[in-house]
Ligand binder design. Structure first.
Ligand SMILES: Cc1cc2nc3c(=O)[nH]c(=O)nc-3n(C[C@H](O)[C@H](O)[C@H](O)COP(=O)(O)O)c2cc1C
Length: 310
């Protein structure tokens, strides 16, 4: 049976709906010896900032029950080095390159988007909205405040015609108003979502197990929380949703598609298996064939809510 796995995210056409999640796959090329990268739906780069960042003090990763806490702190080479060194390498892979960006101010976001807009090798821009909220003078992240999200997406939209993905924080009471603010401000897709803030403390030393006190929780532990948020957002917006959180196998991805996602991204699973995203794709194809579904459209948003009979 021939299964068509292509999907559209706004104007972005993906040969298949499995991406690698920002920050868990470097700039992509690092993995080319180990992984058949051409088979991926696309790469989301680690988040780029205007200036290089050295990141947080070690340790930056700690394993937790069914998950991982990280406090990488957005270590990256900065926009100039990304454009001159990393982007040409990533473009040579001939798969869509989605560049994740984070601005420390609205002006930063506009410079990042304007300069990426000039680059034919950039398929789309993902706004990492899990950044400090500087304009609305609060301790919240941008993605924890619908107004700040609206302002940041509006600023980005003014500077680029590329498909724009707003990546939200799942760490909110109700994610729908934030997703709707991003869509109204011009986002072409909503990614749900980033990590949950958490801590892991060592009773022996009475210190955090991370070099910085808190970090972001990811991996299978967060999957049910992420699936729920994808379902909520899918019902609240018209644009495509990208599901992220704890995907390890094809059937994990299927949960997100049932909940309404049009694509998924695999993150933490790469720390155990650099080819995890390809294993997810293989499992997804197998599921579609087994259920006699000829395309992704037959799966996306088909969660059954009728009563279980018998
Ligand atoms: C080590 C590590 C680094 C990450 N760096 C970024 C990043 O630079 N930008 C970003 O938007 N998300 C980043 N994330 C979040 C992931 O892209 C993803 O949203 C999250 O981990 C949930 O998916 P997962 O459970 O499959 O890992 C990072 C996650 C991990 C584990």
């Amino acid at each position: 049976m021939i299964v068509d796995v292509c999907v559209r995210i706004g104007t972005l056409q993906l040969a298949n709906p499995v991406l690698v999640a920002a920050g868990t796959f470097g700039y992509g090329v690092e993995f080319q010896q180990a992984v058949r990268l051409k088979a991926l739906g696309g790469i989301v780069t680690k988040t780029i900032t205007l200036k290089p960042r050295t990141g947080n003090p070690p340790p930056r990763l700690v394993e937790t029950s069914s998950g991982m806490l990280n406090s990488v702190g957005l270590q990256n080479v900065g926009l100039d080095a990304f454009l001159s060194e990393k982007l040409p390498e990533a473009a040579s892979l001939n798969i869509p390159v989605i560049v994740s960006v984070l601005g420390e101010s609205l002006e930063d976001v506009q410079v990042l988007c304007a300069r990426l807009d000039d680059q034919p090798a950039v398929a789309a821009i993902e706004l990492n909205l899990s950044c400090p909220n500087l304009t609305h003078a609060s301790a919240l992240m941008v993605a924890q405040d619908a107004d700040a999200t609206r302002d940041l997406v509006t600023a980005a939209r003014a500077k680029t015609a590329k498909p724009l993905i707003a990546k939200l924080s799942p760490d909110v009471t109700d994610i729908r108003p934030v997703a709707q603010a991003a869509e109204r401000a011009g986002a072409d897709a909503i990614a749900v979502g980033n990590t949950f803030t958490g801590m892991s403390l060592d009773p022996r030393t009475r210190r955090s197990r991370l070099g910085s006190l808190a970090g972001g929780l990811s991996g299978p532990a967060i999957r049910p929380l992420a699936v729920y948020r994808v379902w909520r957002v899918s019902q609240a917006v018209r644009c495509p949703v990208i599901g992220i959180g704890g995907i390890v196998r094809g059937e994990d991805a299927v949960e997100f598609f049932l909940a309404g996602a049009s694509a998924v991204a695999v993150g933490t699973a790469h720390f155990a298996d650099p080819a995890a995203a390809l294993a997810v794709l293989k499992g997804l194809r197998r599921y579609l064939a087994r259920h006699r579904m000829a395309s992704m459209q037959e799966l996306i948003g088909t969660l059954r809510t009728d009563a279980v009979s018998g």
